[in-house]
Design a protein around this ligand. Structure first.
Ligand SMILES: Nc1ncnc2c1ncn2[C@@H]1O[C@H](COP(=O)(O)OP(=O)(O)OP(=O)(O)O)[C@@H](O)[C@H]1O
Ligand SMILES: [Mg+2]
Ligand SMILES: [Zn+2]
Length: 365
């Protein structure tokens, strides 16, 4: 089994995205059960994982029992909202065979017929659980007719039905749908959150790695827990469990961002273009390289305005003026955006360095 499946969070405490986790805890601690939730956010941020956890919370047999006991007792709410992960309901959800938890991929079931079918079946009582949970992934892919049909159900769902809609593109959802749902924004994961997530894997797989190594992975995974876990898996397969070997896997090599910026400061276009060419031949991942450059420029920017923790002088201290740093950040941010549509990844980078080197040497502050 791939690591990201094996280590999919199974309860709220394992969800490393703290904001979403805390909101889910508050939502399910209240006496009111929401009937439509919408999870928005980029790929690999935990939407599907969280949706399954919600299904477990709603249907966990142990939780239901303790709730019944307590309400007989004093009418108090249960304090523990985590699913037990040991009852038949929890286990069958983890294994994807629970008849009352229905996962629908809207990307391949886009039409009115599928939603009509759903509207018919949703009326039927759950087979063995308290709630029927419908998880509709990539919900923005539905056709307009399908949305309209879904809307009717969302307006008046049967008491036993709960919807968890997930999407990477909430902008494409009609306002009518948005207004019926409690919306959760799954932000890109922070480096520290990804490191936490990786530590669970490291512990489970009994690996011996440093925090620096994990941070390096986290910085290369664009805020996606899944991408991070995949990089770690690749590092395991290639036996590259040190920061240095990892650099090689990630396609970073001896041409560091720092050295590159130093070359740029000299504005020798020919030298810089030759370097880029050689990097491409060595198979360097240009996107990661541009990320490194931006991260470094960001540090320089903070340092110039005295908000950096780091007091140490580096090889780049004093090399660029404040205006130059701004120009470079703008240039490389554009490279980063353009890379998404580039047929050859080195082209946006080359364009930027040509622009930079051909700029007149302006007076700097
Ligand atoms: N909040 C999280 N904490 C820890 N690990 C996470 C978290 N979210 C995701 N992961 C890891 O990433 C994997 C993928 O997550 P998941 O499938 O839930 O993401 P998703 O948002 O549904 O992505 P997609 O939009 O691509 O469907 C999980 O199996 C798990 O390994
Ligand atoms: Mg998903
Ligand atoms: Zn349970």
């Amino acid at each position: 089994m791939t690591l990201y499946r094996k280590y999919r969070p199974q309860n709220l405490s394992e969800l490393d995205s703290s904001e979403v986790r805390d909101r889910l805890i508050r939502t399910f601690s209240s006496a009111f059960t929401p009937h439509a939730l919408l999870f928005c956010g980029s790929r690999g941020t935990g939407k599907t994982s969280a949706a399954r956890i919600v299904a477990k919370i709603l249907n966990c047999e142990k939780r239901i029992k303790s709730q019944e006991l307590k309400s007989k007792d004093k009418g108090q709410l249960p304090t523990n909202i985590e699913p037990c992960n040991t009852c038949e309901s929890c286990i069958s959800i983890t294994e994807g065979r629970n008849l009352d938890v229905l996962e629908i991929d809207a990307a391949s079931n886009r039409g009115i017929d599928e939603i009509r079918d759903l509207r018919e079946k949703i009326k039927l009582a759950p087979v063995s659980s308290r709630f029927k949970v419908y998880i509709i992934d990539e919900v923005h892919m539905l056709t307009t007719e399908a949305f309209n049909a879904l809307l009717k159900t969302l307006e008046e769902p049967p008491a036993h039905a709960v919807f968890v809609l997930a999407t990477t593109e909430p902008d494409k959802l009609p306002a009518t749908i948005l207004s019926r749902c409690i919306i959760f924004n799954f932000k890109k994961a922070q480096v520290s959150e990804i490191v936490n997530c990786l530590k669970r894997v490291v512990k489970g797989e009994k690996l011996d790695v440093t925090d620096d190594f994990l941070t390096q992975i986290a910085q290369s995974s664009e805020g996606s827990f899944r991408d991070a876990t995949k990089i770690l898996e690749q590092a395991i397969l290639e036996n590259a469990l040190t920061a240095e070997k990892l650099s090689h896997i990630l396609g970073r090599d001896n041409m560091t961002a720092g050295k590159f910026l130093k070359l740029l400061s000299a504005k020798n276009l020919k030298v810089v273009l030759t370097q880029i060419n050689q990097m491409v031949e060595r198979g360097v991942n240009i996107r990661f390289f541009v990320e490194d450059i931006l991260r470094l420029l960001h540090q320089i920017l903070l340092k110039q305005h005295d908000v950096s923790e780091e007091r140490e002088e580096t090889e780049l201290t004093g090399v660029f003026g404040t205006k130059e740093v701004l120009t470079l950040i703008k240039l490389f941010s554009k490279v980063y955006t353009d890379l998404k549509n580039a047929s050859m990844p080195q082209i946006p980078l080359e364009v930027a360095v040509v622009e930079w080197c051909e700029q007149e040497l302006k007076t700097t502050t």
